[in-house]
Design a protein around this ligand. Structure first.
Ligand code: B12
Length: 149
């Protein structure tokens, strides 16, 4: 069955290239992608997840303000009865050069199921989604898969 995935750039962030590449890769991998585009609000993510009965919400942030933009995000998800929806965040999640493991810990504590850095290949996200949403891939694709987000 096709899995619906919501994708967008949160807050006032206008970096569009990353989600465009992710959208194409996810669609090629067989996901039904709803791309909210840039400068999307928390409410837009939540409303789209409800409207499309989404299995996953993928939040992108590049400009360094993800922590502020995601404050209360998982409360909004819970208020909409979407606790079962898988949530990922990725991109340049902090300002400047930081310890990414510290950043990952922070966003995991906020409630994101997986946290990806800006070096992430779209295939890593696809592999993670297949594992988390129990989507079957071909035997050859499954060979050698490892995700550490
Ligand atoms: C192009 C660019 C711009 C363009 C954006 C044009 C557009 N409409 O897209 C313009 C000039 C408008 C711009 C503006 C700004 N930018 Co800019 N920009 C860049 C730049 C050079 C490239 C971004 C890009 O397209 N990369 C290519 C794509 C393919 O990669 P990506 O975006 O990283 O996405 C990949 C991964 O990150 C990952 N990924 C991303 N999101 C997600 C989500 C999930 C769930 C997953 C799994 C994976 C994932 O997968 C993607 C595909 O592989 C980067 C520097 C860089 N080299 O990355 C700075 C950069 C992102 N910008 C930066 C900044 C600061 C700004 C401004 C705030 C500057 C300013 N003072 O005005 C503004 C913000 C404007 C705004 N409102 O957003 C900083 C952010 C710093 C930080 N986080 O600490 C960077 C890193 C530059 C730097 N080194 O300082 N920018």
């Amino acid at each position: 069955m096709t899995k619906s995935v919501i994708l967008g750039v949160i807050g006032s962030d206008a970096h569009v290239v990353g989600i465009t590449i992710l959208e194409q890769a996810l669609e090629e991998a067989g996901f039904d992608v709803v791309n909210l585009g840039v400068q999307s609000s928390q409410d837009e993510f939540v409303d789209a997840a409800t409207a499309h009965d989404a299995e996953a919400v993928l939040v992108s942030s590049l400009y360094g303000h993800a922590k502020q933009d995601c404050q209360g995000f998982h409360q909004a998800v819970a208020d909409a009865d979407l606790e079962d929806v898988t949530t990922y965040i990725g991109g340049n999640l902090a300002v400047g050069q930081d310890d990414f493991e510290e950043t990952r810990r922070h966003f995991r504590e906020m409630g994101f199921d997986r946290v990806f850095d800006s070096e992430t290949d779209p295939e890593d996200a696809i592999e993670a989604l297949r594992a988390d949403l129990d989507v079957r891939s071909s035997e050859s694709e499954r060979d050698g898969q490892t995700v550490s987000a």
